[in-house]
Ligand binder design. Structure first.
Ligand code: TMP
Length: 252
């Protein structure tokens, strides 16, 4: 383990440490899993290593597509060196297929193919239960809390839609359907918007395209949220397929 700097922040799935460089942080990926705003807690054995590895692979690949990310290097199985950012307190969700809270809130059937990718902004605030924002609500909040400027928001939406295209294509080649996912962005030292946090089976809904059974196909944290069992095996399967695809891309 490399973590020697002081602990800056501990979230539900990761710890962020300072390093000897002011503009770099070290993130440590935990096995802890939570759902429903931490009302449900548990452990997914090996999750930290799997998520750190998947996230490193995907962010490195997104960089080659022109998406700026906080990724610098994976320095151990559970540790990633990242650029220091000020996190923009938004959870940016992109959906291709209806699932989760979209179904709960609108009555759309689980698995309904959306006519276009839906980008949603939630306020990152556990006490408030990460409420869904409208652009006007955000505009008003900005007057009080200065969350994100309009031009940064436009940039975030553009990145989110591009990331969706790239990831959909990437996962398609892994025989995985990208149902939805959550992103977080931050501002780097020069105030540029860059992709931060993580992309992993914790933050995406991923369905096995080779499996028809609606429970067996689930390869993400819904296995934990819904007590579907075999959580570790599903995460490992995602890692294997992602790394195999990276290898194929390298050799092509
Ligand atoms: P939702 O359907 O619960 O709104 O989730 C949409 C996507 O966002 C899903 O892929 C899971 C991910 N997500 C997170 O990464 N963190 C969260 O706190 C929540 C609520 C969802």
């Amino acid at each position: 383990m490399m973590s020697t700097g002081s602990k800056l922040y501990e979230g539900k799935a990761k710890i962020v440490y300072a390093t000897d460089k002011e503009d770099e942080y070290l993130t440590y990926y935990k096995d802890d899993a939570t759902a429903f705003n931490a009302q449900k807690r548990g452990t997914i054995l090996g999750k930290g290593e799997v998520n750190c590895t998947i996230c490193a692979a995907l962010m490195q690949w997104l960089e080659t597509k022109g998406i700026p990310t906080h990724f610098i290097a994976q320095v151990s199985p559970r540790e990633m060196l990242v650029k220091a950012v000020r996190i923009i307190p938004l959870e940016v969700v992109v959906r291709n297929i209806a699932a989760g809270s979209l179904c709960k809130q609108t009555g759309l059937p689980w698995g309904y193919q959306l006519p276009f990718p839906l980008v949603e902004f939630y306020l990152k605030n556990d006490e408030l239960g990460d409420p869904l924002l409208t652009e006007e609500r955000l505009q008003i909040l900005n007057g009080v809390f200065n969350i994100v400027s309009l031009s940064q928001l436009r940039q975030i939406k553009e990145y989110a839609l591009r990331i969706n295209q790239y990831l959909q294509e990437f996962f398609r080649d892994c025989n995985i359907i990208l149902v939805d996912f959550k992103l977080e962005f931050g501002l780097d030292a020069s105030n540029q918007v860059i992709l931060a946090d993580e992309i992993s089976p914790d933050t995406c809904r991923l369905w096995d395209a080779l499996e028809q059974d609606t429970q067996k196909r689930v390869l993400d944290k819904d296995r934990f949220r819904q007590d579907l069992g075999d959580v570790e095996a599903a995460y490992q399967r995602v890692r294997e397929r992602v790394l195999a695809q990276i290898e194929r891309l390298r050799n092509s």
